[in-house]
Design a protein around this ligand. Structure first.
Ligand code: MSP
Length: 494
């Protein structure tokens, strides 16, 4: 759900930690189909990082949206028997609804078919048209190109990229295209770009992706065509409306132009462009070269994570092997889904997911772990006639101040952050098992319950970025004296 601007900063701890406000983006997703849990994975990660920054008192802007132009979308619309815009209007609602249902709090949602985006892109394209390289050559020039185009990737592939003649990601045969286009003089910016990545002025994480990006510079790279002659479903070039902007150029510009449109330029440069590893080339090379050519400062970091797999295959719309986020929400609830997705975050390795594993993890960690602890302590409070109405406020959770929590969070090692929190849950379970407050006098029991409640409030605070609904409920029960009506995480079955 869109956040209203005045809530962009939750000053819980006090003054902002750092002067530069935090800016995080997700890829803008293609609307050729509904979102699956692969998209949720990136969006939840960005949401929880933005929430974490706000918890630390830093202002944060979180941008997501949809990529709606190009052949891929035009073809999906045609097979649905709709005009492209009508088709996009329909699918975009699924994205927005999914993000709402997952408690995603973005600051803006940009659609590339928004007038505001189209105008801003055209303006920047004019800047590019007038730009010169250091050697004084125009950055944009006309030329013709012939190559194999994969509509799924919206990218020209070389013979080397193909496996048995098909695109390895989309399993489709690319088309031979020959067009006269406007070209972007990428080659003029490569040496500087390489240097920026080598010196980590543009940080690419994880390390394996940084190496991969640097490896790209060893290959023979050519200038790329920035426009399409035959693609009608796109933004017309302001200096030649017979051509439309290449869909990737149109899409990448959103990261910068949306801040401009909304008068939020002080958030630039982006602190993190969070992406999946398959689009590293576009972010580490194409996007950065465009920024260099216009003199706009580069983002600080690109974080390219790995994939959710199903039976060893990347989960993807084109392969049709997807799990929908709504199915997960229906079974595990919003916070249960956020937990399962965040804790499985295999940022370096692809990892197979499936229902069995989800159910098992949910039952172990949420139904039996956190949920059970909350129910147990709430019930003990009732039987021991103890209503923890005025528990002292935890201004900041000691877990949040814990160096491990912070460093894991900064490296997007969410599974490890959660492990830290779950240690605290286990510790509190052990405390109750050892002290056995149910056998003690009310007075004696209160001491143990006080300690358990302190731990639970602390756990709740540390869980705020991950499980916002549960964190709020914990506050209400153990500080507000609200009665726990039913267990927060009922057991799930396959
Ligand atoms: N429209 C482009 C991005 C333009 S950004 C300027 C695009 N869209 S997409 O719909 O294909 O989304 C790709 C992104 O979705 C990936 O980079 C990743 O963030 C996420 N994922 C898609 N499938 C995924 C998995 N199977 N696993 C994890 N994340 C995945 O590319």
């Amino acid at each position: 759900m869109a956040r209203s601007p005045e809530y962009r900063q939750d000053k819980i701890i006090g003054e902002p930690m750092l002067n530069k406000p935090f800016y995080i983006t997700t890829p803008i997703y293609y609307v050729n189909d509904r979102p699956h849990i692969g998209h949720s994975y990136t969006t939840i990660a960005a949401d929880l990082l933005a929430r974490y920054q706000r918890l630390n008192g830093r202002e944060a802007f979180f941008l997501t949206g949809t990529d709606e132009h190009g052949s891929k979308i035009a073809e999906a619309a045609a097979s649905a028997g709709l005009e492209p815009k009508a088709f996009c209007d329909r699918v975009v609602e699924h994205f927005k609804k999914t993000w709402d249902n997952l408690s995603i709090e973005y600051d803006d949602f940009i659609r590339t078919t928004d007038d505001r985006h189209v105008r801003a892109v055209q303006k920047l394209l004019m800047t590019l048209k007038d730009a010169r390289t250091e050697a004084g050559q125009p950055v944009i020039y006309t030329g013709s190109y012939e190559g194999l185009y994969c509509v799924g990737c919206e990218k020209f592939l070389t013979e080397k990229d193909l496996v048995n003649g098909v695109c390895p990601d989309h399993k489709t045969t690319p088309r031979l295209l020959k067009e006269t286009n406007y070209f972007f003089r990428l080659t003029a910016f490569l040496p500087r770009l390489k240097e920026l990545i080598e010196t980590n002025q543009l940080l690419i994480l994880p390390e394996e992706r940084r190496r991969e990006a640097l490896g790209l510079f060893g290959q023979e790279l050519a200038d790329f065509s920035l426009s399409r002659e035959r693609v009608k479903w796109g933004i017309p070039l302001p200096f030649d409306p017979t051509q439309s902007a290449y869909v990737w150029v149109d899409a990448l510009l959103n990261y910068y132009t949306t801040l401009k449109i909304t008068n939020n330029e002080d958030f630039w440069p982006a602190d993190i462009h969070l992406i999946g590893k398959e689009i590293l080339w576009f972010h580490a090379v194409i996007w950065e070269a465009m920024l260099l050519s216009t003199g706009i400062s580069l983002p600080k970091e690109i974080f390219a994570h790995s994939f959710y797999m199903i039976d060893g295959q990347k989960m993807s719309k084109s392969l049709g092997n997807v799990i929908s986020p709504q199915e997960l929400i229906d079974k595990f609830g919003v916070d249960g889904t956020r937990y399962l997705i965040a804790s499985s975050f295999p940022y370096e390795k692809d990892s197979d997911v499936g229902w069995e594993r989800f159910v098992e993890k949910y039952n172990a960690d949420l139904a039996n772990g956190l949920g059970n602890l909350i129910s147990r302590v709430a019930k003990l409070c009732e039987t021991k006639d103890y209503f923890p109405k005025n528990s002292p406020p935890t201004a900041i959770s000691y877990l949040l101040e814990n160096g491990d929590y912070q460093s894991h969070m900064e490296k997007l090692e969410f599974n490890l952050v959660l492990e830290e929190i779950w240690k605290e849950i286990k510790k509190t379970d052990v405390l109750i098992n050892t002290k056995r407050p149910w056998e003690k006098s009310n007075e004696e029991a209160k001491k143990t319950l006080d300690e358990a409640i302190r731990n639970i409030l602390n756990i709740g605070y540390a869980l705020k970025p991950f499980l916002p609904g549960t964190a709020e409920k914990i506050e209400k029960i153990f500080r507000g004296g609200e009665k726990l009506e039913a267990t927060l995480f009922p057991r799930a079955t396959l």
